[in-house]
Design a binder for this molecule. Structure first.
Ligand code: NDP
Length: 451
């Protein structure tokens, strides 16, 4: 057995109840095969087996009271996966599907993503199975306070710096930061995604969506193509999706879909700036459903279907796909439908939206494929810029942050291509991203000895 298949087999055995984690480990480890021969020192120090084991996984009780005085209990998680190159860094997800395996997959991916940004950030992730949907602002506030009442003892500006993710946006970060500040009596950069008034960075809300589109633009440029006039599929309608649509519009493309967990809208005219402003109000303020877009703009709505199922069932033609909702949105058969309907570029805003078979379909059909850990790294990169500004106690302008974000995405794109070529997999962004992210972390781990 090779070192790599041995590690995958052990994870499958030890973590058999964590399918998402096994999937992420299999995807990353398989592509690291070419590093085994070139780096016998990594094999000797058993880096491959050590890197799939988190430094620690914290699980805690989160009791809170709803508006009627009923007491509820949710489960809280923080997985501090690897801090070889910097403090743990990674978002918090509030969604009923959250469990230890999901948080471990996200934390594992985060190690390599953060390394790719070139900023000094380790990998971590956390969250809860709490569902903010349908809760009042006060209920969300009480939950966030209860969550931070335990989390605060595990984090710190130089230790572990959480941010947002699904179900955790500006409102939740505000509540959690406010509570941390109250009980710690300190105003430090312990969370990112903060409001501008209390230490946030310009462009942080935009960063993941913008970055995903910048990465796609870099991939398209390798074939002398760009976004102008292209039909673009976007899934989800949250933070990442909204700003992906905005940047597609800036670059002259036409975003024609959005979705949520209830269904999908298709707007053949394109989701322009005015319609996008409506979506932002609908989703971020009114906290409504995407169906209301269809009612307002008289466009088709497909209840119960994901964007990808709509492509398959209705034959929706497109050029570029930006999956921005959640993991495992796209399987083999949906990826085949995408290829059949013209898709030539996939840039992943969400984490692990394509399963392993879907990725094979992209690769065997010469689709430009930007894997999540590269394509959506703009979010955490800008969180890194927020941490820098907090440490320096100053704020950069919108243009300055956007310029830095754009440069980081260009550099990540180049690192992926360079690493892919150096390890004999020219043009393979998936292998390139994994190897480029891994090498730096592995070297740091080696330098520390056996800790
Ligand atoms: P939001 O909570 O703002 O939006 C999530 C969107 O995806 C919503 O439209 C939601 O619909 C939909 N969605 C979530 N879960 C499911 C599901 N199981 N099935 C169908 N639709 C679903 O989250 P973000 O935009 O912040 O995050 C989206 C993705 O991007 C995630 O994979 C996240 O990990 C990734 N990401 C986010 C970053 C960030 O900076 N925010 C950084 C890097 C990656 P509904 O409202 O119905 O739940």
């Amino acid at each position: 057995m090779s070192v790599i298949s041995d590690v995958i087999a052990k994870v499958k055995e030890k973590d058999s109840s964590q399918p998402e984690f096994i999937q992420a480990v299999t995807e990353v480890m398989t592509t690291l095969e070419p590093t085994v021969e070139k780096h016998p020192e990594f094999v000797k120090a058993n880096i491959y087996e050590r890197i799939v084991e988190p430094d620690r996984a914290i699980i805690f009780r989160v009791p809170w009271e709803d508006d009627k005085g009923v007491v509820h209990v949710n489960r809280g998680f923080r997985v501090q996966f690897n801090n070889a190159i910097g403090p743990y860094k990674g978002g918090l997800r509030f969604h009923p599907s959250v469990n230890l395996g999901v948080i471990k997959f996200l934390g594992f991916e985060q190690i390599f993503k953060n390394s790719l940004t070139t900023l000094p950030m380790g990998g971590g992730k956390g969250g809860s199975d709490f569902d903010p949907k349908g809760k009042s602002d006060r209920e969300v506030m009480r939950f966030c306070y209860a969550f931070m009442r335990e989390l605060f003892r595990h984090i710190g500006a130089d230790v572990d710096v959480p941010a947002g993710d699904i179900g955790v946006g500006g409102r939740e970060i505000g509540f959690m930061y406010g509570y941390y500040k109250k009980i710690r009596n300190e105003h430090t950069g312990v969370l990112t995604g903060k409001g501008l008034e209390y230490g946030g960075s310009l462009i942080r809300p935009e960063a993941t969506g913008y970055g995903t589109v910048y990465f796609a633009a870099e991939m398209l440029a390798t074939r002398n193509l760009d976004f102008k006039g292209k039909r673009v599929i976007v899934s989800g309608s949250g933070n990442v999706s909204q700003y992906a649509v905005e940047k597609v519009n800036h670059l002259g493309g036409k975003a024609i879909t959005l979705s949520d967990s209830n269904g999908t809208i298709v707007d053949e005219e394109g989701i322009d700036a005015k319609k996008l402003a409506y979506v932002m109000e609908l989703k971020n303020v009114k906290r409504g459903r995407i169906k209301e877009y269809a009612d307002k703009y008289k466009v088709p709505y497909y209840e119960g279907l994901s964007v990808w199922q709509v492509i398959k069932e209705k034959g929706l033609k497109h050029d570029i796909a930006l999956p921005c909702a959640t993991q495992n949105e796209i399987n083999k058969e949906l990826a085949e439908a995408m290829v059949k309907n013209g898709c030539m570029c996939v840039s992943e805003g969400a984490n692990m939206p394509s399963d392993l078979d879907a990725i094979k379909v992209y690769q065997s059909n010469n689709v430009l494929y930007g894997p999540a850990k590269a394509a959506n790294a703009g979010g955490v990169a800008t969180s890194g810029l927020e941490m820098s500004q907090n440490s320096l106690r100053l704020s950069w302008t919108r243009e300055e942050v956007d310029q830095r974000l754009h440069n980081i995405m260009k550099n990540i794109h180049k690192s992926c291509l360079d690493a892919a070529e150096a390890y004999g997999k020219k043009g393979d962004y998936l292998t390139g991203a994994n190897i480029a992210g891994f090498i730096k972390v592995a070297k740091a781990m080696l330098a520390y000895g056996i800790v």
